[in-house]
Design a protein. Structure first.
Length: 220
């Protein structure tokens, strides 16, 4: 169930941006927050590689990848968000679709970024999203997830308040999930989890299997 403040934030972009900026302070600012995905994988990818920003929204987190010279596709289910993304990032290839079953060809991306979006899905949907990532990645491609993590004592109360005001029950549910284990069970390797903001934020990088891997087919 969506809270009134959450609904207000999605109706009024200025308020959404203000909340994002406030959240970004915990990692040194909103620009650093939006570059967490790029900074984790830049040394692992060739220049100009194809990157998918899954659940791209208005394209803010895709901007750093574009500026760094990558060929970036942004997928989102909201036509309004994609329209704004196309205006703000003319070089971004936009695709409308659901993250659980993206209308994209298998094994075409060297990297996939999922930034502050996985907590929007329930457990079953999260599994489908991660399976879709596995299908879309090239052999030995990279996935980077940036999302909520159970905060330490200093930020637990603010995190609980933030989730109550601006998130749905799926965010609280995901805080109990073991994402590295889930990725491992799916077949990902080279899994690395890093914590930021006193443990309230996590960045996970994981590599898809090598060329002998048979990709999971899309759901019908």
């Amino acid at each position: 169930m969506s809270s009134p403040l959450r609904s207000f934030a999605y109706r009024h972009r200025w308020f959404y941006n203000a909340i994002t900026a406030l959240s970004g302070l915990s990692v040194g600012g909103v620009e650093r927050l939006r570059r967490l995905g790029l900074n984790s994988l830049r040394s692992k990818l060739p220049q100009g590689a194809k990157v998918l920003d899954l659940c791209c929204g208005a394209g803010e987190a895709a901007a750093a990848w574009i500026d760094a010279g990558y060929e970036v596709t942004g997928l989102d289910m909201s036509p309004k968000a994609l329209e704004l993304a196309a205006k703000q990032q003319p070089q971004l290839h936009t695709v409308e679709g659901m993250a659980e079953n993206p209308p994209l060809e298998a094994q075409q991306f060297a990297a996939i970024q999922l930034s502050l979006a996985l907590h929007e899905f329930n457990a079953k949907e999260r599994q489908l999203v991660l399976e879709a990532c596995l299908r879309l990645l090239q052999p030995a491609g990279w996935l980077v997830l940036i999302d909520l993590h159970p905060a330490g004592p200093w930020l637990k109360l603010p995190q609980d308040l933030f989730c109550a005001l601006f998130e749905t029950e799926t965010a609280t549910e995901m805080l109990q999930a073991d994402l590295p284990k889930q990725l491992q069970e799916l077949g990902f390797g080279s899994i690395k989890q890093e914590l930021f903001a006193a443990g309230a934020l996590q960045r996970i990088t994981a590599q898809s299997p090598n060329k002998n891997f048979a990709p999971i087919p899309p759901k019908n």
